[in-house]
Design a protein around this ligand. Structure first.
Ligand code: FAD
Length: 466
């Protein structure tokens, strides 16, 4: 190959420096590979240096620790913010409180909330300590792959430099600006990633605020979710306790939803008859706080948004979020897609950091040993069950109305009143009652449909690399 100015040759090039990318870099560097992460850099008011995007409600459930394969004890002290005892699911008129996931876990507790910026910084620092390079402040513009002989990838960066690598890990998150054009080269015209994973048609938008709560209404040990309060598939608000009496309050909503298409508008507590268009995230959050606390508090004064030092800017953050199923990677070209870019953020959108870290680790390890051909099998072994659970649950609740949510929460509360063991996340051990049975049947059937390779939206066999 002719020598080019500003060209750097490495074993493993990683696009995107979030948890998936840095986990890949750590795993590759640990095995002696020369690895580089390229992160375009997103300014945040809670970080001094330029780093990855880091938008997150940042909750972690007990069994996710095992899926992520992380040692929580080894994390720096300031990463974990709160130990969590349980979660509250609130429908328009019913609610249920859950204090166990019921899934096997080595973590003692329901879960925790964490500081995503610090977690990302920690993972970046570790990658650098292991010898990987973390280049931040310039985006990857394009990738060209030469498939004559051993695959060779040339990454062109916005600053004019180039990286050449034999292994490529795509960790550019759910916007997939690099991933989609790379994959499209290997996909048939009717299965183009730009169509089936098009961010414009597949994504939700997440909006989040950091607000100080009055101490008397701040619950430091519970996660709260409101389902059936706003329309849209898997669209819901949440409150997650942060440090002090600060909470992250946010929601996901489908992009471009037309309020004229919402049937039974009156049933949604966050919509108003005078709405001419779908309210913004900011308006919906404000309305929710008003619904919850407006009788006794002045929300803007008593629950102030923390405008400095929190979030991306002015105490808020937005992020487009994937709602696709996961995809296989074209490993014949020595390419692995990991984390949000491969759709592991799918379904219940918040369920992402554990699978991002794990898929990143797997890809990094395999890339370092020139064995990415095992990647598609390996990620299914590691996270297939979790993906199937999320995809199945999302497909069940897809068409739920506010009344359906009330019904489910009432049913689960009834079941909990006479059960004290087993799983509440996947309902798999529910045995009694007509309602419970119908829930179980629908869930298991869909889970069956997602078995094996079918949990991937683009399967390995669909790629044509050579
Ligand atoms: C509002 C919200 C709440 C969430 N809550 C939770 C939660 O409670 N628990 C949980 O586990 N998960 C949660 N998630 C999901 C979690 O954030 C994702 O699963 C996780 O960020 C995926 O990690 P990633 O590394 O794959 O992608 P990302 O974190 O998205 O990182 C991708 C990185 O790639 C960079 N990049 C993109 N394009 C380029 C380019 N061309 N060149 C260079 N760099 C590029 C971006 O700047 C970004 O930093 C939440 C997500 C959102 C948006």
């Amino acid at each position: 190959m002719r020598h080019r100015e500003n060209m750097q040759r490495v074993d493993v090039a990683i696009v995107g420096g979030g948890p998936a990318g840095t986990s890949a870099a750590i795993a590759a560097a640990e095995r002696g590979a020369d690895a580089i992460v390229i992160e375009k850099g997103v300014p945040r008011s809670d970080r001094d240096r330029l780093g990855p995007d880091s938008t997150d409600a940042a909750g972690f459930l007990d069994y996710w620790v095992d899926i992520a394969d992380i040692d929580v004890e080894a994390l720096p002290e300031d990463v974990i913010l709160r130990e969590i005892d349980g979660a509250d699911f609130v429908g328009p008129n019913e609610h249920v409180a859950i204090d166990r996931t019921g899934l096997p876990s080595s973590y003692d507790g329901f879960g925790f909330t964490f500081d995503r910026t610090r977690l990302d910084d920690h993972l970046r620092d570790r990658a650098e300590q292991m010898g990987a390079e973390y280049r931040v402040g310039t985006a990857v513009r394009s990738v060209e792959t030469d498939l004559t002989g051993t695959p060779e990838h040339t990454l062109r960066l916005a600053d004019g430099s180039e990286i050449v690598s034999s292994q490529l890990i795509l960790a550019d998150g759910p916007q997939r600006q690099v991933t989609i054009p790379v994959l499209d080269q290997y996909l048939p015209a009717d299965r183009q990633a730009s169509s089936v994973m098009n961010p414009r048609s597949a994504n939700h938008i997440a909006y989040q605020e950091y607000r100080e709560f009055p101490e008397e209404v701040f619950d430091p040990s519970r996660l709260s979710f409101w389902w059936g309060w706003m329309p849209g598939e898997t669209a819901y608000p949440w409150i997650f306790p942060n440090a002090g009496s600060v909470a992250r309050i946010g929601l996901t909503m489908p992009i471009g939803m037309d309020i004229g298409d919402v049937s039974d508008r009156d049933a949604y507590r966050l919509l108003k008859p005078e709405d001419e268009r779908f309210p913004t995230g900011r308006v919906l959050v404000r309305r929710m706080l008003d619904e919850l606390y407006g009788d006794e508090y002045d929300v803007e004064t008593d629950f102030p948004v923390l405008e400095s030092g929190h979030g991306k800017s002015d105490g808020t953050e937005t992020y487009p979020i994937s709602s696709t199923k996961p995809i296989d990677s074209p490993t014949d070209a020595n390419i692995a897609v990991v984390g949000g870019a491969m759709g592991t953020t799918s379904a219940f959108h918040e369920g992402g950091d554990h699978v991002a870290i794990r898929t990143g680790k797997i890809a990094g390890r395999l890339a370092a040993t020139d064995s990415l051909d095992r990647y598609n099998r390996s990620w299914k072994e590691a996270i297939g069950e979790e993906v199937r659970r999320n995809v199945a649950m999302a497909s069940i609740v897809e068409a739920y109305t506010p009344a359906d949510w009330d019904h489910v929460f009432r049913t689960v509360r009834d079941i909990l009143s006479y059960r004290d063991g087993g799983s509440m996340i996947d309902f798999s051990s529910v045995r009694t009652g007509f309602d419970a049975l119908s829930l179980l049947t629908r869930y298991e059937w869909r889970r069956f449909l997602q078995r094996g390779d079918r949990c991937a939206m683009i399967q390995e066999s669909t790629y044509s690399v050579r």
